[in-house]
Design a protein around this ligand. Sequence first.
Ligand code: GUN
Length: 284
Amino acid sequence: MGTIINGKELAEKLQQQTASEVKALEAQGIRPGLVVLLVGEEGPSQIYVKNKQLAAERIGLRSKVMRYPADVSELELLEAIETFNDDPAYHGILVQLPLPKHIDEEKVLLAIDPHKDVDGFHPLNLGRLFAGVPETIPCTPYGIMKMFEAYEIELAGKRALIIGRSNIVGKPMAHLLLAADATVTIAHSKTKNLAALAREADILVVAIGQGNFVTQEFIKPGAVVIDVGMNRDANGKLQGDVNFAEVEPLASFITPVPRGVGPMTITMLMQQTVEACRRQELGE
Ligand code: GUN
């Protein structure tokens, strides 16, 4: 029987701490601000952005959502980013991904002032993370590290396998685990004998985007299993990348979906917005 990591509860606790920091800044006449740019009407992005906005309001941030139609030009989006780069009321800028195909995602991410890049997706911030001198860190892997810390899960010397190699989750996760002295492997869709490889892992982070992909054959008894998946099944029900019912009895710790990694991602976004504000306003 594994311990089920309660991401929702931990997120609420950490958000309360961030809210206290926001209050302390307000006493100095400073209000941290976050602007989210959302292009198009795609379902999941609408929900993610709504949740970010609700969290921002709950902890007392200045919060703005800029909505653009799916056919907005790349130039218009780049100009909007420029405007917010120069607007001192907003310390954090987030462009919700994915973007429509006619917009070059790379170009958009490069346009964000790295100091305002609270998502940690700008190549400069990814480079800083990889060099061991991070400023902002992609929120999902950062939130997972906070879970390891809160549940006192030891990482040093452990074998970690990350399934998924995105710039948003897999690659930054690998660097964070490496910095915590784990021995790290990244697997992906072309990896051979994945289940056998996974069975060697003490820590398994799954970010592959396929519902119930990880079954009991992937699990070494006692492994820590982190599920980053957010898939919808045929009935529209939220489903992780891990078959929870099969895997939970074998794991020492496991995250559920929902109420696992998701709330932590938003929490780290809020925290990094406040940190960006402190750096910009107080030079910390
Ligand atoms: N799309 C899915 N997850 C994220 C995220 O964390 N940030 C942004 N900007 N877009 C996303």
